[in-house]
Design a protein around this ligand. Sequence first.
Ligand SMILES: *Cc1c(COP(=O)(O)O)cnc(C)c1O
Length: 388
Amino acid sequence: MRHPAPTAELAGRVGEAVTSIPLVDLAAQHAAVAEEIAEGWRQVLARTSFIAGPQVAAFESEYAAFAGTRHCVGVGNGTDAIEIALRALGVGAGDECIVPANTFIATAEAVCRAGATPVLADCADDGTYLIDTDAVEAALTPRTRAIIPVHLYGQAAPVERLLPLAAKTGAWIVEDAAQAQGARRGDKSAGALGHVAATSFYPGKNLGAYGDAGAALTESDDLAARMRTIGDHGSRQKYEHEVLGLNSRLDTLQAVVLSAKLRRLAEWNEARRAAARRYDVLLSSAEEVIRPRVLDGNEHVWHLYVVRVPDRDQVIKELHAAGIGAGIHYPVPIHLTSAFARLGYAEGAFPVTEQAAQEILSLPLFPEISPAQQERVVSVLMAAIQHT
Ligand SMILES: *Cc1c(COP(=O)(O)O)cnc(C)c1O
């Protein structure tokens, strides 16, 4: 069979495909662990222990050691981990939980699923996009039973400033550490800063499963036991259901993936840090671009590299047209989603979050991103900004 010679137009398209850069490249990561996972999965398939296989307990103790907490309870996903933590703490109907307005919707969703009411707080106007601790103080009421700081984009929120606020009303600090696996604040890991933490192993997170998975972390033996019970139909012994629970367990097949990837996570986070430093340098003379700020005392793990640019919607269009997978985290603040219109907040209630939502842009970032790919991202970004 004869093939027609490629036309200039076709060749150009091939060239574009080669230089397209995704926001996250999971294929590159999979290549590093493919064999180990295949071997681990063969063992699970041979034993057919798909739920509660020995690999689950093994991963839980590995992750607890990594996170620096006594307990890690594997659950079905990160949203469930928050709900289960709240329920285990006895937070429910009539209680309020303070949640940032600038987060993924799951943080607020889980509060409602537990039967409590989310009370939103604006993010700080300091370039970190983390919850504003003054806004948290202003949102406290006698009904506040939990504060849920989110370690957004890969850096820890200043939990030490929230602990004394929580103590005022006897509230718990439940960390949402879904975006911060391996992040540190001072001498502690994100997830070990409050009373209990939830994390997500959604595939795109720094530690990602091959499907849904999550975990709850705590120092408390009692709380860990309660969370494990709630996530397994309220049961410690088969068919003895002590409390109303739900079905949210970590699958054995996912535990195999997570153990294999956890062994490389420190190295991958270091590669993310190197990539973030490279973006910092490449963007250092770009006055129109506001770079992310790292809070003193934080070791950031760069789940996302979020900049602010003028005319963001036009800029992102040009990036996408050039094959660059930029994202927005998040385009609609919690209170402006239809799902949470019922909370009754008006537009303008959280001005810092609302303005950020108009201007933020997440650039491609993953451990394997190359300097050439980052240079291309920045050159397309700068050209797009010049056009606007
Ligand atoms: C991903 C994420 C979650 C939810 O995790 P799932 O595993 O998708 O349920 C919660 N909070 C934040 C901040 C997240 O990024």
